[in-house]
Design a protein around this ligand. Structure first.
Ligand code: COA
Length: 199
């Protein structure tokens, strides 16, 4: 594998983010066009807005607007100038609708919401999967959060059983988090809540 660098999403990387997700030209959903409309907007949207009513173009515009004003956090995996992966992981106050969208109770916090982070979605380019890129993205995100003074990070791997379907692991696999020092916080019906204390 070429060296992969992980960069926090910034307005300057907005065009690269959008290219990764654009259905016709992007690579993110080359194997799963059904989900291509997402642009990773799903967890940003309150549940009173029905996800099915939003189009690809609306999701794209909403994400572009968020990125342009610096209101969207997250991490890009880059191979040179090519985006090969994306991780939506943000301080918890920046993802106020994510628990409602996941349909689980918020995990308890021993600190302020802005001092905690949540990991929600991964996407790695289909031709680059099973090469450790999700692991590199997670390690990059943890280092960045630690440097910013974030105290803990929560994640919610799906209980996907023995499924090898890439889409079934879009929150990251349980082993991915355990390998990087997370421990199990709570078992929900469809996912396991895991936490890593950073300080
Ligand atoms: C899930 C996903 C992010 C994993 O990325 P990746 O770079 O291939 O993951 P890694 O190579 O770092 O693997 C880490 C671990 O995750 C698990 N894993 C990854 N892909 C898996 C799969 N298809 N099935 C089962 N476990 C899997 C394994 O435990 C793996 O460790 P191993 O390779 O040593 O067995 C990738 O498959 C993907 O992008 N899937 C589509 C996600 C998606 O649809 N997102 C959009 C939501 S709208």
């Amino acid at each position: 594998m070429n060296e992969i660098t992980v960069k926090p999403l910034t307005p300057a990387l907005g065009a690269a983010f959008l290219r990764f997700f654009d259905h016709e030209r992007g690579t993110a959903f080359a194997d799963n066009p059904e989900w291509a409309k997402c642009y990773c907007h799903f967890y940003e949207v309150p549940r009173v807005i029905e996800w099915e009513t939003l189009t690809a173009s609306q999701n794209r515009t909403a994400m572009q607007a968020r990125i342009e004003v610096g209101a969207m956090d997250g991490f890009l995996a880059l191979d040179g100038a090519d985006v090969v992966g994306w991780l939506n992981a943000q301080p918890r106050d920046a993802l106020p609708h994510c628990f409602d969208r996941m349909r689980i109770e918020p995990t308890p916090l021993p600190c302020e919401a802005f001092e905690a982070a949540v990991v929600v979605c991964f996407v790695v380019a289909p031709q680059r999967r099973r090469q450790g890129i999700a692991g590199v993205l997670l390690a990059g995100a943890l280092a960045s959060f630690a440097a910013r003074g974030i105290k803990l990070v929560d994640a919610f791997p799906f209980k996907s059983g023995a499924s090898e379907l890439a889409a079934d692991h879009y929150h990251g696999s349980l082993s991915l988090f355990l390998d990087q020092g997370f421990t199990v916080l709570r078992e929900d019906e469809t996912m396991t809540a895991v936490r890593k204390i950073l300080r």
